[in-house]
Design a protein around this ligand. Structure first.
Ligand code: FES
Length: 353
């Protein structure tokens, strides 16, 4: 049976099954309850039950003092709902509140989407969780234990799966390892999360997301997290890429556009290869400016939006400038360079002429 869980602050509401922990339900719903071990040892998920009935789902080693028991404190990782409940629980509001973790993680899937793009799906071990906020990145280590930064492309609500999007790069050890050696079943060491490119969940203004090429990875995580919540924030996703094949998850984006009333997808593919765009700054930037400007009328009514851009630096600066000229607020625009490939060096080219 499913029950409603409301946080005393009134900022979050989610639903939990009576057979699952309140913490599990919160994670799935994208609600950032504070927690640590998720198995009854650390006490970080302790919350006060303000109203309603809960049950103990499993025994736990962490000892709740008698005084706290009287005030109806309980561990959210070890309790389930037996009715609708209101809880006074701590939530994570800043990315810096999440401790850096180091975990060893298994490759579950390796999709070579094209000659120069791989999507790696990693499976978190059963007893472990990687805590992170959508939009953050981790350091992943190659076979020589050198670290490489990659945005997490999956949602924290999909807690057992971590996804990276990796472009084939010349002279990059991790990229070479992915395209030449890595196999399903191999293990990788990762460390994180890092970064503060995150959405403020307490706001309900529209969101504009702009991804350039594999900048889509961080944007995908933000988008999946935002849509997992019980809110209806309008989202406009612009994905700029070189050639149709640069939009490597185009079908996924179109399916979101079809399924979600509040989601609007604007694919923008350019007839230049990616290095032409970034190397010949003037012509390449003009091509981006033309493409982007011609579609900006679609967001003219949401100038109060928060804007999240993931791109190489020159593209980010250009997009910010175009949006500010259009009336968007500078303080609502956040830019992140593409992790793993900040200058977008790659062999990616287009067939579209
Ligand atoms: S998360 Fe550690 S006790 Fe619940």
């Amino acid at each position: 049976m499913t029950h409603k869980v409301e946080l005393l602050s009134g900022k979050y509401v989610f639903h939990a099954d009576s057979h699952e922990s309140i913490l599990d339900a919160a994670i799935r719903a994208g609600v950032p309850l504070n927690y640590g071990c998720s198995n009854g040892n650390c006490g970080l998920c302790k919350a006060r039950v303000v109203s309603g009935a809960i049950g103990q789902l499993r025994t736990h080693d962490f000892v709740i003092r008698d005084a706290d028991k009287i005030q109806r404190h309980a561990l959210m990782c070890s309790s389930s709902c037996q009715s609708d409940v209101v809880i006074d629980a701590e939530v994570v509001t800043h990315a810096s509140d999440i401790p850096v973790q180091e975990i060893r993680i298994k490759v579950r899937k390796l999709d070579l989407v094209s000659n120069d793009l791989a999507i790696i799906t990693l499976q978190v071990p059963r007893s472990v969780r990687l805590r992170f906020i959508a939009g953050q990145y981790v350091r992943v280590f190659d076979d020589q234990q050198r670290s490489h930064e990659y945005a997490i492309a999956s949602c924290p609500c999909d807690e057992k799966r971590i996804e990276f999007h990796v472009r084939k790069l010349e002279d990059d050890a991790f990229s070479s390892m992915v395209f030449n050696q890595l196999r399903v079943g191999d293990w990788l060491n990762i460390q994180g999360p890092y970064g503060d490119f995150v959405v403020d969940d307490t706001k309900d203004s529209p969101i504009v997301m702009v991804a350039f090429d594999t900048g889509f990875a961080a944007i995908k995580s933000l988008l999946e997290h935002t849509t997992a919540q019980d809110k209806e924030r309008p989202i406009y996703l612009y994905w700029l890429a070189c050639g149709v094949e640069g939009l490597y998850a185009d079908n996924l984006c179109r399916s979101w556009d079809d399924a979600l009333d509040e989601m609007h997808y604007v694919p923008l593919h350019m007839s230049r290869n990616v290095n032409e765009i970034l190397d010949s700054q003037y012509d390449g930037m003009c091509a981006i400016e033309d493409k982007f400007t011609s579609s900006l009328h679609r967001i003219d009514h949401v100038k109060n939006a928060e804007v999240f851009i993931v791109s190489p630096d020159p593209v980010g600066k250009l997009v910010q400038q175009l949006l500010i000229e259009r009336g968007f607020q500078k303080e609502n625009i956040y830019h992140e360079v593409i992790r793993g490939n900040p200058d977008l060096k790659c062999i990616h080219s287009t067939n579209e002429k």
